[in-house]
Design a protein around this ligand. Structure first.
Ligand SMILES: [Zn+2]
Ligand SMILES: [Zn+2]
Ligand SMILES: [Zn+2]
Ligand SMILES: [Zn+2]
Length: 119
């Protein structure tokens, strides 16, 4: 703190003192969710670009930009039908958000495969 601030009080311009650069947590100059003066962020008025805020880079669990990263089969179980052992597999496609990396799995249909060696 500069002596002049000590005697005269701070010279506040929004949330910052123009003389000694001290900041206070009030009277911010909000530009959406971010203070233009001190860079503090608040959890409102975000500038969403899909799931990510352009200003403070906060992530929300909505509006992800999913791209498919692969499909695989997941074993569910087996069942004996008419003396034949069948294995059931589900098709699982994994999607990943290109902005934040959030993953989502989409299960679509199942396939039936005759198990090896058991007839
Ligand atoms: Zn000051
Ligand atoms: Zn501020
Ligand atoms: Zn934000
Ligand atoms: Zn995302």
């Amino acid at each position: 703190m500069k002596l002049i601030c000590l005697f005269l009080g701070h010279h506040w311009d929004y949330c910052i003192c123009r003389r000694c650069s001290k900041t206070r947590d009030q009277h911010h100059k909000w530009d959406g969710c971010k203070c233009q003066v001190c860079g503090k962020t608040r959890d409102q008025d975000h500038d969403w670009n899909g799931c990510k805020c352009r200003r403070c880079f906060k992530i929300r669990d909505q509006h992800h930009d999913y791209v498919s990263v692969g499909t695989h089969e997941e074993y569910i179980g087996s069942e004996n039908q008419g003396g034949v052992e069948w294995g059931f597999y589900e098709n699982v496609t994994t999607y990943r958000c290109s902005r934040c990396g959030h993953e989502e799995k989409n299960r679509s249909g199942s396939t039936r495969v005759q198990q090896d060696g058991i007839v």
